[in-house]
Design a protein around this ligand. Structure first.
Ligand SMILES: [Zn+2]
Length: 131
């Protein structure tokens, strides 16, 4: 089996990267428990099928997996990821933008700001306590 130049391998790379990015954000939100990780796996399986039908969408997979997991978490646990930008008012979740495009980011529509790239939520929400 020769993987060099095989388009499937770049799809697998995109799926692997998407899985890693979304898991990193789940870890940042401290919700990366076993059953949550399985939600990511389920999404990756579905998106593998999707991206095999439409290989040009490989760059979009990370944003799609993030949205799949967000939807699945909403049903089972509640909103994720909670907005770290707005200090007051009702807690609300961040949205993925673009919904279908490359280079997805978490955005807060209330504040109108990009909070972090998908996969970089930890650097936006942790590690820098205000003193
Ligand atoms: Zn907000």
């Amino acid at each position: 089996m020769d993987l060099s130049g095989n388009p499937i391998s770049s799809l697998e790379q995109a799926l692997h990267a998407a899985r890693a990015l979304v898991l990193a954000d789940l870890v940042a939100g401290q919700v990366a428990e076993a059953d949550v990780v399985s939600l990511v796996e389920e999404s990756v399986v579905q998106r593998r099928w999707w991206v095999e039908q439409w290989p040009d969408g490989a760059d979009f997979v990370a944003g799609l997996v993030a949205q799949d997991v967000q939807d699945a978490l909403l049903e089972r646990y509640g909103r994720w990821p909670l907005c770290p930008v707005c200090g007051s008012g009702d807690p609300h979740a961040l949205d993925v933008e673009p919904e279908l495009g490359p280079d997805p980011h978490w955005v807060c529509h209330k504040a109108g700001v990009k909070v972090a790239a998908v996969g970089a939520l930890g650097s936006a929400t942790g590690g820098m306590p205000s003193s």
